[in-house]
Design a protein around this ligand. Sequence first.
Ligand SMILES: [Cu+2]
Length: 74
Amino acid sequence: MDHPFHLHAFFQVLARDGVPVADAELADEDTVVLPQRSTVRIVTRFDEPGMWMYHCHIPEHTERGMMGEIHVEP
Ligand SMILES: [Cu+2]
């Protein structure tokens, strides 16, 4: 099934399944839908050090462990 991946920071999707997205599609987002067995490459910038959370936006998936933190050091 699809997973709406959410990061607690804005990012841009650079590629889907290894294929670069068109410049016109580049936009700041905080959620991207990931179809089953797909990948995305994103770029982001963290303005502050700390722990930045990411998770699937489907609550049952988050509760089952589809979440994590990115530790940003100063
Ligand atoms: Cu999910």
